[in-house]
Ligand binder design. Structure first.
Ligand code: SAM
Length: 282
């Protein structure tokens, strides 16, 4: 920007740059960048920061990594470089999980691969009677997770954080048969799937990809779920829209019933839910 440029010209130029860079929601991103960097009480340096932020977004750095926050299910979450930015499409999973017919009163929930905690914390706000444990391996994600738990202290009085690697087979052994509901939005993308740079370049690989078919973490989560769930306990998993059949087969093979794939908040078939079938007495 030049000193003489009008605010209108600054916005027009930013809009053109974002459009040229292929950003898909130019008006939404522009409005978020204006709110974050231009509309502030201390104007010194604001325009330079705004220009730098637009340049970052044109380099396809995720909006949340630039603004430092994202709204999920009506709650603000702190995010930043090195962590997965929660997607509003996952809200449908939280809505399903919060239903009385899914989660019994005072129920116990595990949010596996919890990242910055969006699903677990949003569920805790919707169901203050529930106890929620967020499980995450990555140290950076855990730092953001703890900050988000602290920021939403009123909703998260019964939310705890556990640092565990879910690829370790017995890492949830202490939860055996204690859990009413497992929720997870794990990494699930196969390595040969082309993603936008926001995800392929600027998100941590371990938050996006998971083995040759993308299903390594999902397999591990299903095995954990068979151990931790009480009889009749439920599970809800987010996955790719190409994966419903594969995920349904894995669930059936692990002894789950009532396997159903539901639409996410954009209407895509990306959430599969199931109930653990109680073991028959020998
Ligand atoms: C797709 S991100 C989703 C985060 C969060 N559930 C959400 O929806 O915003 C997947 C998360 O799984 C975590 N993760 C990957 N491998 C893991 C493992 N072996 N054990 C525990 N967490 C893992 C990543 O660090 C990342 O935070």
């Amino acid at each position: 920007m030049t000193r003489d440029e009008t605010p209108e010209a600054t916005l027009r130029r930013a809009r053109e740059r974002l459009t040229e860079a292929g950003v898909w929601d130019v008006e939404g991103d522009l409005s978020a960048l204006v709110d974050r960097f231009l509309h502030r009480a201390e104007p010194v340096g604001a325009h330079a920061e705004f220009e730098a932020a637009v340049a970052e977004r044109c380099a396809r750095i995720p909006l949340g990594h630039i603004t430092g926050s994202v709204v999920f299910d009506g709650l603000g979450f702190v995010v930043g470089s090195g962590v997965f930015v929660p997607r509003s499409q996952s809200t449908a999973l939280v809505e399903w999980a919060a239903g009385d017919e899914v989660l019994p009163p005072g129920g116990r929930v595990l949010d596996l691969c919890s990242g910055v905690g969006a699903l677990g914390i949003a569920l805790a706000r919707r169901r203050p009677d529930a106890t929620v444990t967020c499980v995450e391996r990555d140290e950076t994600a855990v730092q953001y997770l703890r900050r988000n738990v602290a920021r939403h202290a009123e909703a998260t009085r019964k939310v705890t954080v556990e640092v565990r690697d879910l690829l370790v087979p017995d890492c949830l052994a202490d939860e055996a048969a204690r859990v009413d509901l497992v929720i997870a939005n794990p990494p699930y993308v196969p390595p040969d799937v082309g993603l936008l740079p926001e995800w392929s370049v600027h998100h941590p690989r371990a938050a996006v990809y998971s083995g040759l078919d993308g299903l390594d973490l999902i397999r591990a989560i299903l095995r954990h779920a068979t151990t931790v769930l009480r009889p009749e306990g439920r599970l809800a998993l987010e996955h790719d829209e190409e994966q419903p059949v594969a995920v349904q087969k894995l669930l059936a093979a692990e002894g789950f019933s009532e396997v159903t794939t539901l639409p996410d908040s954009d209407g895509d078939p990306r959430i599969t839910v199931a109930r653990i079938t109680p073991q028959e007495n020998p």
